[in-house]
Design a protein around this ligand. Structure first.
Ligand SMILES: Cc1ncc(COP(=O)(O)O)c(C=O)c1O
Length: 420
C-alpha cells in the first residue's frame, strides 16, 4: 500500500491535513497504516455522523451493491422510497426532492431553482460562507437547453453580508438588536444595488468552513423574514448542519417557519456521495424538465445507504444528547483556559476553537499534527485565515472515546508554541 501523505499523482491537498494514513475506520476509531488506533474528531468531514462503517449502512450498501447500483433516470423503487421518507423526516414542510451527488452540486441546483422560480438573478449570501467548489458547471457546458436557462445569470450577481456572531456576554435584547441591524443592512444593500432582483438569500445555520461560527439565536428566522421582505427564496445550506449534527435532525426545525429550499449532503448517506435539494414541487420544476438530473442522481446504492442512515439516525441517536453533550464539550475545552485560545464556540457536535493572533494559523496546523501524535484526528484548520480548529466527532462516540479525543486535543494545544 502507498503510505505517502501527499503523492504527486494527486492535486495538492489543503494545508494542515493530519499526517496520518487511514487504513480502516469503525465508529469513532481510525486505524492507521502504521498500526495506530486514533479517535476521529472529524466524522470524515462531518460525514459519518453515525460513525464510520455503521453496521446498518454497511449491510444496506452490501445488499444493494449485489442487486442494482446505477440506472441514471430509469425508475427504481429505492429512489421514491427514500425521497418519501426524507420528506416525512422534514415534518412535511416540503413537497419534493431533487437528488444529487455532492453538496456543491446541490447548492448550485438550489440557486438555479431559486433564480428560475423568481426570474431574478442576485443571490444574497454571507462573508465566511462556504457552499462548495464547482464553477457554475452548467455555464461551462455546451448543451443549449441547459445553457439557455442558466446563461441569464452569468453576470456577477452575489451580494455578501456580514454573518453575525453569537456573543455569550450579550443579553437577549442585544443579540436581537445585532440580528436586526444585519437584516436591515442587507435589505438596504439589496434595495440599493439589486432592486427587485434578489432571487435568494443563501445561508448556513452556522459557518462551517468559515470557522464554526454560530449566529445569535433568531438569526435564521430573521433570514426568513429578510427573504420574504425581498420577495426572494430562502435557501438553507444544511450540507454540514443536517442529519443530527446540531442536535435536531435538521437545524431548520428550530425555526418558526421553514426555508423555501433545503440543501443536504455530507451526513445524508454516512459516507457515500449523495446530496439533495428539498423544496416546493413547483420550484423544483422551474428550471425545466430533466434539468436537475445527473448520471448519479439518486442511484440505488446511494439511496439504500441514505435510507439506512436516516433510519439509524432516527432510531439510535438522541438529539437532546447531541445538544447537551456538545455544550458540555465546549464548556470542558473552555475550562482548560489554554493560553492563545481566543474563543471556543459550538452548536451540537460542531465545535470551533479559534486561536489568537498572527501565529494562529501556524499554531492551528501544528495542533492538528500534534493531536495525531497524541491519538486524535482533527480536520485541517478552518476559518477565514485558517486559525480555527474544528472538533466534530461522530454523534455515536462513546464517553470514553470523547474523553480520549479531548485528552489528545489538550495535549496538542498545550504542547504547541504560544506566540502572536
Ligand atoms: C455548508 C456546506 N455547503 C456545501 C459544501 C460542499 O459540499 P461538497 O464538498 O459535498 O461539495 C460544504 C462542504 O464542506 C459545506 O460545508
Amino acid at each position: 500500500m502507498n503510505t505517502e501523505h501527499s503523492p504527486r499523482v494527486l492535486a495538492p491537498l489543503p494545508p494542515g491535513v493530519a499526517p496520518t494514513v487511514w487504513e480502516r475506520a469503525r465508529g469513532s476509531r481510525i486505524w492507521t497504516a502504521d498500526g495506530r488506533e486514533l479517535i476521529d474528531l472529524t466524522s470524515g468531514v462531518l460525514i459519518a455522523n453515525l460513525g464510520h462503517s455503521h453496521p446498518r449502512v454497511v449491510d444496506a450498501i452490501a445488499d444493494q451493491a449485489g442487486r442494482l447500483v446505477a440506472t441514471f433516470v430509469a425508475h427504481h423503487p429505492w429512489r421514491v422510497r427514500y425521497a418519501t421518507k426524507l420528506l416525512a423526516a422534514t415534518n412535511g414542510a416540503f413537497e419534493g426532492v431533487a437528488l444529487a451527488s455532492t453538496g456543491a452540486e446541490a447548492v448550485d441546483a438550489a440557486v438555479r431553482v431559486a433564480r428560475a422560480a423568481t426570474r431574478r438573478r442576485t443571490v444574497l449570501s454571507f462573508v465566511g460562507g462556504y457552499h462548495g467548489k464547482t464553477t457554475e458547471t452548467v455555464l461551462l457546458g455546451g448543451l443549449p437547453a441547459l445553457r439557455r436557462e442558466a446563461q441569464r445569470w452569468a453576470a456577477d450577481s452575489v451580494l455578501h453580508m456580514p454573518f453575525p456572531r453569537e456573543d455569550p456576554a450579550a443579553s437577549t435584547a442585544e443579540s436581537a438588536a445585532e440580528v436586526e441591524r444585519i437584516v436591515d443592512l442587507a435589505t438596504e444593500l439589496a434595495r440599493a444595488t439589486a432592486p427587485d432582483d434578489v432571487a435568494a438569500v443563501l445561508v448556513e445555520p452556522y459557518l462551517g468552513a468559515g470557522g464554526g461560527v454560530v449566529p445569535p439565536s433568531g438569526f435564521l428566522d430573521a433570514c426568513r423574514q429578510l427573504a420574504d421582505r425581498l420577495g426572494a427564496r430562502l435557501i438553507l445550506d444544511e450540507v454540514q448542519s443536517g442529519f443530527g449534527r446540531t442536535g435536531p435532525l435538521f437545524a431548520f426545525q428550530t425555526m418558526a417557519r421553514p426555508p423555501d429550499l433545503l440543501v443536504l449532503a455530507k451526513g445524508i448517506a454516512n459516507g457515500l456521495p449523495m446530496a439533495a435539494v428539498v423544496g416546493r414541487a413547483s420550484d423544483l420544476a422551474a428550471t425545466g424538465t430533466g434539468t436537475l438530473w445527473g448520471s448519479y442522481s439518486g442511484n440505488p446504492l446511494a439511496c439504500a445507504a441514505a435510507e439506512a442512515t436516516l433510519e439509524a439516525l432516527q432510531e439510535e441517536v438522541d438529539p437532546a444528547r447531541t445538544a447537551t453533550k456538545g455544550g458540555e464539550l465546549v464548556a470542558t475545552i473552555r475550562s482548560w483556559g489554554t493560553p492563545g485560545v481566543r474563543e471556543v464556540r459550538g452548536v451540537g457536535y460542531s465545535i470551533g476553537i479559534e486561536l489568537h493572533g498572527v501565529s494562529g494559523p501556524e499554531r492551528a496546523a501544528a495542533v492538528v499534527a500534534a493531536a495525531a501524535d497524541a491519538g486524535a484526528v482533527l480536520l485541517p484548520p478552518a476559518g477565514v485565515n485558517g486559525s480555527v480548529l474544528r472538533v466534530a466527532p461522530p454523534l455515536t462516540a462513546s464517553e470514553e472515546e470523547l474523553e480520549r479525543g479531548l485528552t489528545a486535543l489538550r495535549v496538542a494545544l498545550d504542547g504547541t508554541t504560544l506566540s502572536g
